[in-house]
Design a protein around this ligand. Structure first.
Ligand code: AMP
Ligand code: ZN
Length: 195
């Protein structure tokens, strides 16, 4: 006969059942030697697990800061270190890389994207992916640093503005072509690498 106690021991505890939320995934990747590209005193560079271009890295602080909107003047030196690792990676890459932050990030822990312009990757699937890197939803590193130095904080983008960026029609980031849909865009992007 199954007693109440023995029945309970076969059931996983609430803590064991509770899976780590997906938005915390960067914290695991920061500790994974297979994803780490570079580490400095203040930051770590990892490979983006679902890259949206041939080269796609993320720069994160060791310090527990959730997003650019938590930065203040005391973080200027930290953000400058983001710039130093970007400069170094850009100089050693064969193509030009851009660096910046999503206006509304989906993952926890402040992270800066460093990404190549080709945007050729099987992980680039949706219009939201595309517009998050090719419209002003992508906030360039230099602009964010300048705003932090000038105002001592980084202001949030109003929802109606960032929603409009995400809803904007798809436009090629390398010419004036306006593809009808994502498959059309992905095929078109290949033409820019053949030159
Ligand atoms: P966002 O929060 O929108 O600025 O972007 C988060 C980025 O993290 C995306 O480019 C994802 O492909 C990437 N990503 C999601 N999960 C992981 C993970 N576990 N390790 C590394 N990169 C990830
Ligand atoms: Zn084009």
């Amino acid at each position: 006969m199954t007693t109440k106690r023995s029945a309970m021991t076969s059931v996983p505890s609430t803590a064991a059942k509770k899976a780590r939320h997906w938005s915390l995934g960067l914290l695991d990747s920061m500790k994974d030697p297979n994803s780490i590209v570079k580490k400095t005193e203040r930051v770590v560079v990892i490979k983006d697990k679902y890259p949206k271009a041939k080269i796609h890295y993320l720069v994160l602080p060791h310090e527990d800061i959730s997003s650019i909107y938590k930065l203040d003047k005391s973080h200027i030196r930290l953000l400058e270190e983001f710039g130093s690792v970007y400069k170094e990676l850009n100089e050693s890459a064969e193509v030009e890389l851009k660096a910046g932050f999503h206006a509304v990030p989906s993952m926890q822990r402040l992270h800066m994207h460093i990404i190549s312009r080709d945007m050729i990757s099987p992980c680039l699937k949706t219009k939201a992916h595309w517009n998050s890197f090719t419209t002003k939803f992508f906030r360039p590193y230099e602009d964010v640093l300048q705003e932090l130095k000038k105002d001592g904080l980084v202001k949030k983008m109003p929802p109606e503005i960032h929603k409009n960026f995400m809803a904007a029609p798809i436009k090629c980031n390398q010419c004036s072509y306006e593809p009808k849909n994502m498959p059309n865009l992905k095929e078109h992007l290949l033409s820019h690498t053949k030159k």
